[in-house]
Design a protein around this ligand. Sequence first.
Ligand code: 3SL
Length: 239
Amino acid sequence: MRNTPDVFATGRAFSEDEVKGKTVVVIDVLRASSTIVTALHNGARGVIAVEDMGDATRIAQNLDSSSYLLCGEQGGVKIEGFHLGNSPFEYEADVVKGRTLIFNSTNGTPTLVRCSGAKEVIIGSFLNAGAVVERLRETTREILIVCSGWKSRLSFEDMLCAGYLLHTFIGADLPDDAPDGAQLADALYKQYGGNLVASVERSNHGKRLAGLGFEADIPYCCTIDKSNVVPVLMDGLFV
Ligand code: 3SL
C-alpha cells in the first residue's frame, strides 16, 4: 500500500533535495495556481514560472514579442510594464490563446521553481482538484503536496486545498501513520471544507486581496472542478 502524501506548509519548508524523484503538487490557491490553471484552460500555450522580475524580462528578450505575455504581481498588483497581473479574470481566451506566459508571483512561482527538480511537478488548485487526483492515481511514485504559503508562513487557503486533495485522493479517514502535515491539512478541511468561500474570505490573504479590490477572485478560486487541466512541467514549461 502506498504512503499517505506528506503536506509541506510553505514553499520554504523543505530542501530542494527532498523533492527529487517524487511527484509534487504545488498549490497557491490565492492566486498563482488558480490563475495558471485558468490561463491554460483558456488556451495559453504554456507557462514559464520564474522567481523574479529580472528572470522574466531576461527570458522575454529571447522570444518573439508577439508570442509571449509578461504576467504576475508584486504586492498583489500587476507589475509595472507587465501585460497582465495575477487575477484569473484577466486571463480570458481572447487574451491568452496561443501565448506563452512568463509568470512571476510573490510565493507561487518561486515555489514552483524550488520544486522543479522533482520527477514530476503538477499545479493544483480547487479549480482542477478532481483532475489532479486522477493524475495522482496514475503514479506509483511518492507524492508530496507543497503549499506555497505566504513569505515562509502558512496560508490557510493552501492548507485547506491540500486537505481537500487528500480527502478526494484517500477518502474520509487518513491511515494512523499519516504524516503530521497530512493530518493537519485533513483536519482543517474537515473543520472548514463545508464553507469554503466564507472561510477563505476570513483568511489573511483573503482579506488582503479584498482590500486591493480583488474580492471576486476568492469565490472563483474556491470553485471546485471547474477545469480538467492539469498543468505539468515539461522542459521548463507548464503545459
Ligand atoms: O503569492 C503569490 O504567488 C500570489 O499568488 C499572491 S497574490 O494573490 O497575487 O497577491
